[in-house]
Design a protein around this ligand. Structure first.
Ligand code: DC
Length: 227
């Protein structure tokens, strides 16, 4: 399956990242996490003390930022100007501002260029919000993952607790609701399922079941052939 391109989109905490990594591993593909790229630009903006609402300044910073990603031994790393920021981009502060930074067309254009360059190598599972609709409209398989807000709050809370981050369910609910609203209503490449996407509601599914559904789709469409 070395030339296959799979696009996985969906709202925050719908299970995209884990699923993308596992699907990639099963099929011998490379995962690409585009949300991590928006997070890396957000981290740089915050470090520089720039107001995320200042579109012109944020776009200027984005255009001067070198973002790269690679997966080694199953571990996906995100680099910002050569620095490994894979951990630091997951802080609640970055999560709070990332949707604001991601709505600027100037930021998106720069990152989409990088994403298309990475995907061009082929054999990729790319996850984000606009992959099937905008970044890779010719992807071989398009998946849109959704889950109830309750379940997404529960998952994000468990994830942050495991990392020792102290937040309440209410704070997470607010953050997810705000991000859903900004991501779905922005003018440029908003979050929505592609017309030809296969929609999976993961509310009552385990990670293994989500992965299996996608693998099944791949086999239905291509058998064991390499597309
Ligand atoms: O998947 P994530 O939670 O790490 O994504 C962080 C934010 O980045 C998300 O709230 C919206 C933005 N994003 C986007 O606009 N387009 C993408 N392709 C991926 C993420």
């Amino acid at each position: 399956m070395k030339n296959l391109t799979i696009a996985i989109d969906g709202p925050a905490a719908s299970g995209k990242s884990t699923t993308a990594k596992l699907v990639a591993r099963r099929l011998g593909l490379t995962p690409i996490d585009t949300g991590a790229m928006y997070r890396a630009v957000t981290l740089k903006v915050l470090r520089l003390g720039i107001n995320p609402e200042d579109e012109a300044k944020v776009v200027e910073v984005a255009n001067k930022t070198d973002i790269w990603q690679e997966c080694k031994n199953g571990v996906l790393k995100t680099y910002m100007d050569g620095e490994d920021v894979s951990e630091e981009i997951r802080t609640p502060e970055v999560s709070r501002y990332v949707s604001v930074v991601a709505k600027y067309p100037g930021v998106r254009k720069h990152l989409v260029e990088i994403q298309r360059k990475l995907a061009k190598q082929g054999g990729v599972v790319v996850e984000g919000r606009d992959i099937g609709t905008y970044v890779l409209p010719d992807a071989d398989i398009k998946v849109f993952m959704k889950a109830s807000l309750e379940e997404r709050v529960r998952r994000r809370l468990a994830e942050l607790k495991a990392k020792g981050v102290k937040v309440s369910a209410e704070e997470i609910r607010k953050e997810l609701e705000t991000r859903d609203r900004i991501d779905s209503s922005r003018a440029f490449a908003p979050l929505k399922p592609a017309e030809d996407a296969f929609v999976i509601d993961t509310t009552n599914l385990t990670i293994e079941q989500q992965v299996e559904k996608i693998i099944q789709k791949v086999h239905e469409k291509f058998g064991d052939e390499d597309p």
